[in-house]
Write a protein that binds this ligand. Structure first.
Ligand SMILES: C[S@@+](CC[C@H](N)C(=O)[O-])C[C@H]1O[C@@H](n2cnc3c(N)ncnc32)[C@H](O)[C@@H]1O
Length: 267
């Protein structure tokens, strides 16, 4: 895997812009808003102290704020460029704080938070066990940890066996995701880290009409593949064009299975 998020703080503005636009496209899809409401609706509210790990440009923070009314929300991300975008988005909110931090070193005090949330972050982490230990450290006893991510190994845009567009999904997994299987192993890891047995739920996400997010995922995945020398630009551009053709004639299909895992730190 060559997940570019592993070096996210070194990425140029053009890459951060493309990721930020893609995160916005995903967050504003009505199907994703329903999914967020379903799993975030299970979190303690209102009045909690919340830590969001890997907030990006604040697209998922906005979903979180729609579902819960925290007394205070601290959001951390290793990419200063994303934090600047998030601060600008929420310039009028006084109970939010955006700071540099890594999932394995949030730079937050012990037992500070009622809730820790990571929305599509763990699939990018090289050491999820260290991140769980860090979440355990910063949560109050009885606090809630919610991790949401794709079961990306099942991503599909294929309309038939051997559909060449499916190679764009393979490129996405190879270049934009460190561990496409993380959500299958995470429940056991949570228990190993000292958390209660998590409640897991499956959230199917399908785009047919207006597949802006899936198209941006394809475009970023194949562009990264071309940049890495895995394929030529002619092929990457042809795959982007094929996705656009299907979107225009309403034959596009793209599906991602997302999983939420919600657990608590024992009292
Ligand atoms: C797919 S984006 C999700 C952003 C945001 N949560 C959302 O859903 O809109 C993944 C985020 O994880 C961040 N990230 C990457 N490595 C990280 C790490 N080691 N610790 C915390 N966040 C990380 C990236 O900078 C990026 O903002």
């Amino acid at each position: 895997m060559t997940d570019l998020y592993l070096s996210i703080s070194d990425q140029p503005d053009t890459v951060l812009d493309a990721i930020a636009a893609s995160m916005d496209d995903r967050a504003k899809d009505p199907a994703m808003q329903e999914i967020c409401a379903a799993y975030m609706g299970k979190l303690p509210k209102p009045g909690a102290r919340v830590l969001e790990v890997g907030c990006g440009n604040g697209a998922s923070t906005e979903s979180l704020l729609r579902s819960i009314s925290p007394a205070h929300l601290t959001a951390v991300d290793p990419a200063e460029g994303f934090l600047a975008r998030a601060r600008a988005r929420f310039a009028d909110r006084s109970n939010l704080c955006f700071a540099i931090g890594d999932a394995v070193n949030t730079q937050q005090p012990d037992a500070m938070f009622d809730v820790v949330v990571a929305h599509t972050v763990y699939s990018h982490l090289p050491d999820p066990r260290a991140a769980l230990a860090e979440a355990f450290r910063v949560l109050k006893p009885g606090g809630t940890l919610a991790i949401f991510d794709g079961d990306y190994a099942t991503n599909s845009v294929a309309l038939f066996d051997g559909d060449p567009l499916q190679t764009a999904m393979t490129a996405t997994q190879r270049n934009l995701i460190h561990d496409p299987y993380i959500m299958r192993r995470l429940p056991r890891m949570m228990v190993d880290a000292g958390f209660a047995d998590p409640a897991t739920a499956a959230h199917g996400f399908v785009q047919t009409r207006d597949p802006a997010y899936m198209q941006s995922l394809i475009a970023r995945g194949v562009a990264a593949a071309a940049k890495a020398g895995d394929c030529g630009t002619d092929l990457s551009e042809a795959l982007v064009a094929e996705a656009a053709r299907r979107a225009a004639n309403r034959s596009f299909y793209g599906a991602i299975l997302f999983i939420s895992a919600i657990t608590t730190k024992p009292i």
